[in-house]
Design a protein around this ligand. Structure first.
Ligand SMILES: Nc1nc2c(ncn2[C@@H]2O[C@H](COP(=O)(O)OP(=O)(O)OP(=O)(O)O)[C@@H](O)[C@H]2O)c(=O)[nH]1
Ligand SMILES: [Zn+2]
Length: 219
């Protein structure tokens, strides 16, 4: 048995462990769920674990998802600098707050908070990329300089989380067409896209321009 199954970082239930042992590929497990009152309204928070890397992803669920034919959905990629520290270098924190406020005013919807920091390169590498940006590179150039593609995210796990929540038809809140494509490639019907545009500030203007010009974001 692989060592990560014999010494998991979390106390898995026997049935979860049995399924993990039986799984021969990716298995995303719904691990725990609780009520989460927030300043933007009442939600439920659902924790998921991916058996391959034991990353803990979460869903913030508003209302009864089963009652919606098309579920408003935000797939948010973790950004510690923006989401936690209010960094002005990107639009992540404001996007997250905006999406949560919008869902708080809606009958139902979901935010998946994916632990795909730095578009998948991780926090420490993102800070390395920031340091190269301090020397004049843009976000894509900095990633390439570090030996990474510009965007390492894939949407297999997000699609599986949606399925476990009973969601297969969504209105996706994003400016990034690659997200919609990634979800469709994994069996989710993306019926429509809702833009999520944040006003630029002097610190994130170049970042947003690069997203539009090099990464195909609809800004
Ligand atoms: N590698 C790298 N990642 C960054 C940088 N700035 C922000 N990120 C990460 O980018 C992710 C957010 O992706 P974005 O490209 O801003 O937006 P998106 O999620 O693809 O698109 P939207 O759905 O429209 O928000 C987060 O994980 C951030 O940590 C950077 O300079 N370099
Ligand atoms: Zn960010």
């Amino acid at each position: 048995m692989p060592s990560h199954l014999t010494a998991p970082p979390l106390a898995l239930t026997p049935s979860t462990r049995a399924r993990l042992e039986a799984a021969d590929g990716l298995l995303v497990e719904k691990f725990a769920e609780a009520a989460l009152p927030t300043k933007h309204g009442d939600f439920r928070i659902v924790a998921f674990i991916n058996n391959l890397d034991f990353k803990e992803h979460v869903a913030l669920v508003r209302g009864d998802l089963a009652a919606q034919a098309i579920v408003p959905t935000r797939i948010h990629s973790e950004c510690v600098t923006g989401d936690v520290f209010g960094s002005l270098k990107c639009d992540c924190g404001e996007q997250l707050e905006h999406a949560q406020k919008e869902l708080g005013n809606s009958p139902a919807g979901v935010i998946l908070y994916m632990r795909q920091e730095g578009r998948g390169i991780g926090l420490a590498n993102k800070i390395k990329a920031y340091s190269l940006q301090d020397q004049g590179m843009d976000t894509v150039e900095a990633n390439l300089h570090l030996g990474f593609d510009d965007d390492l995210r894939d949407y297999t796990v997000a699609a599986e989380m949606l399925r476990l929540l009973g969601v297969d038809n969504i209105s996706l809140i994003t400016n990034n067409p690659r997200k919609a494509e990634g979800l469709r490639a994994n069996g989710i019907t993306v019926t429509e896209r809702q833009p999520l545009i944040i006003l630029p500030n002097p610190h994130n203007k170049d970042y947003l321009d690069t997203k539009r010009d090099k990464s195909g974001h609809l800004l």
